[in-house]
Design a protein around this ligand. Structure first.
Ligand code: PRP
Ligand code: URA
Length: 208
């Protein structure tokens, strides 16, 4: 599946501030949230809708509404939680699951420490949230866990992605559509994205 990379001057503008090492925690959080709203807007382009009737002050009319109950958002802890409020602004009734994982500093392999999703998740469309797709290990393992629960429709939503992670994700989960605000150049020797934005979790939570 083709990767969908947002191309928009506002996205470029917000990414420029987000990437800057001088951008502080407050602004970084706000930008992650705003970019997540934009990514969600794109990822929900073909959202499941139903027709219903309302009354404007003038007349009755048929309208279309999104079937919010059909969607589950699954942030990958920690950094993925920074994307949540930007998503909830658009889909306030969406159910939320959580996958907790951290990358081992030496092997760069993800370790799962938490997994909690809504009971009926197999019947829903799931959007996995993580600001960074680097080697792809975390996203791939999170999707494995969801598929083991019977989930059939999955999208992966990230702010910055590396070509290496995209390639691996497409090899292992060719059915998963990736939405990203930027496909960056490469990974460095520590599996960090270059030019990237550094450690997303540390910048969102101010831990370094
Ligand atoms: C970061 C990021 C992704 C992962 C991406 O999380 O938020 O989850 O690394 O790397 P990958 O594609 O190579 O797996 P990290 O493990 O640093 O945990 P954190 O969110 O708790 O900071
Ligand atoms: N995780 C991050 O937070 N940043 C990277 O560049 C790679 C993985």
């Amino acid at each position: 599946m083709e990767v969908i990379e947002l191309k928009h001057p506002l996205v470029e503008h917000k990414l420029a501030i987000l990437r800057d090492k001088n951008t502080g925690t407050k602004e970084f959080r706000e930008l992650v949230s705003e970019l997540s709203t934009m990514l969600c807007y794109e990822a929900m382009k073909e959202a499941d809708i139903y027709e219903t009737e309302i009354e404007t002050p003038m007349t009755k009319m048929k309208v279309k509404k999104v079937n919010e109950d059909n969607y589950v958002f699954v942030p990958i802890l920690r950094a993925g939680t920074g994307m949540l409020d930007g998503i909830i602004k658009l889909i306030p009734n969406a159910k939320i699951g959580h996958v907790g994982m951290y990358r081992d500093e030496n092997t760069f392999k993800p370790n799962v420490y938490y997994f909690k999703v809504p009971k009926d998740i197999s019947k829903k469309e799931v959007l996995v949230l993580d600001p960074m797709l680097a080697t792809g290990g975390s996203g791939i393992d999170a999707i494995n866990l969801l598929k083991e629960k019977g989930v059939k429709k999955i999208k992966f939503v990230c702010i910055i992605s590396a070509p290496e992670g995209i390639k691996k994700m497409q090899e292992i989960h060719p059915d998963v559509q990736i939405y990203t605000a930027s496909i960056d150049k490469k990974l460095n020797e520590n599996a960090y994205i270059v030019p990237g934005l550094g450690d997303a979790g540390d910048r969102i939570f101010g831990t370094k």
